[in-house]
Design a protein around this ligand. Structure first.
Ligand code: NAD
Length: 354
């Protein structure tokens, strides 16, 4: 039976399709702006320069120092450049790190923000911003943080290496999995989440086998949009808490950490969220959702063990305590021993257990 729910749609404008980066200029024009600052990370400088040329007289400069977890010093440097160049809008091109910078600049200035994602992280359709100051991360959720428009141009994702594509896709799938059992979930978001999981289950093996498979890449971007919307509409639970703790305490890479933790967090929640788990299994076309996710990750050649991505062995107890100390709501109540066991399995890369 349907449980009572609240549904609140986030207003966003999405342009989806190959080659549609060429519409960036018209979108900036539709904002009523003519001085856009292009944002990217250092590795995406070439993509930013191409975008700058496409924007023509509507662009005033490029800032290409975006960094993971939106450090406030980087945002301050971008804000100084905005002032110097009299920018009136921002266009971010890159992964979640660059889009996070675009959100921070837009929030500080009130300028419109066009986001052009090149990974599957999903930040472009959420009103959430995580920022770091002196290594400490804070997260806020406000309507003004949501980018005003998004261009999903599949051609920009072709250069994303297969292993990074797989990890980024599994990161997006984690948003959908947790949206399916979120305390503030609803039937519309569950439809998006299940469809997003299905899209990635199809797309990721194809991308790993053939990174230039345009149909696989398109399905992955469709999945990224759906999973991003699921993330933006609900509150995340144990899985995201563990990833935030691990990322913060040991500086582990974001997407890979999500990819490793997901099967274990889902296995932990199986007893408390059977309907959500059944939907994950249906989307993946497997009998058992947690082992299906683990097998999918193994087949994609992403790291399966936290020890393989830099977690210290003596970090398990510390991470378990941190996860319990200030927990996110979770369908199954947390207990220290069970979380320690979960993390020990994820550390070794062993199969998930409920
Ligand atoms: P990222 O943006 O740091 O990019 C990862 C790496 O991929 C970088 O080295 C980047 O240069 C490279 N890259 C990006 N696109 C590429 C492409 N097309 N070809 C080749 N290389 C490419 O990582 P991410 O996983 O996209 O995002 C992670 C960050 O986003 C984290 O800080 C996370 O907290 C944040 N995030 C925020 C939200 C939100 O809603 N606020 C959602 C998801 C992620």
């Amino acid at each position: 039976m349907l449980k009572p729910f609240t549904y609140r749609a986030l207003p966003h404008h999405v342009v989806f399709g190959p080659g549609r980066i060429t519409e960036a200029r018209d979108i900036v024009h539709s904002f009523g702006c003519s001085n856009a600052l292009v944002l990217s990370g250092p590795n995406q400088r070439a993509a930013a320069e191409r975008l700058y040329r496409l924007l023509g007289e509507r662009a005033v400069g490029i800032f290409s120092d975006a960094a993971m977890h939106t450090p406030v010093e980087v945002t301050e440097a971008a804000l100084e450049l905005c002032e110097e160049l009299v920018a009136d809008s921002v266009v971010s091109i890159g992964g979640g790190s660059t889009i996070g910078l675009g959100k921070a600049v837009a929030l500080n200035t009130g300028m419109p923000h066009l986001a052009i994602p090149t990974t599957y992280a999903g930040s472009e359709v959420t009103s959430v911003l995580g920022q770091t100051r002196d290594g400490a991360k804070t997260t806020e959720r406000r309507d003004e943080i949501l980018p005003n428009a998004v261009i999903y141009d599949v051609e920009l994702t072709l250069s994303l290496p297969p292993r990074l594509s797989a990890a980024s896709g599994l990161n997006a799938m984690a948003h959908a999995v947790e949206a399916l059992y979120a305390k503030d979930g609803n039937p519309i978001v569950s439809l998006m989440a299940e469809e997003g999981l299905r899209a990635f289950a199809d797309a990721l093996p194809r991308i790993v086998a053939a990174p230039h498979d345009l149909e696989g890449r398109t399905n992955a971007q469709y999945g990224a949009w759906l999973c991003g919307m699921a993330l933006g509409a609900t509150s995340m639970a144990l899985h995201h808490k563990l990833c935030h703790v691990l990322g913060g305490a040991f500086d582990l890479p974001h997407a890979e950490t999500h990819a490793i933790i997901l099967p274990h967090a889902l296995a932990f929640n199986v007893v408390a969220a059977p309907e959500a788990v059944a939907r994950v299994a249906r989307a993946l076309d497997v009998e058992d959702a947690a082992s299906g996710l683990y097998a999918l990750a193994a087949s994609l050649d992403v790291p399966l063990a936290l020890k393989a991505i830099g977690m210290p062995a003596d970090g398990i107890d510390q991470a378990a305590s941190l996860a319990i100390k200030d927990p996110y709501w979770n369908p199954r109540p947390l207990d220290l021993d069970a979380i320690r066991g979960l993390l020990a399995r994820a550390y070794e890369g062993s199969p998930p257990e409920g």
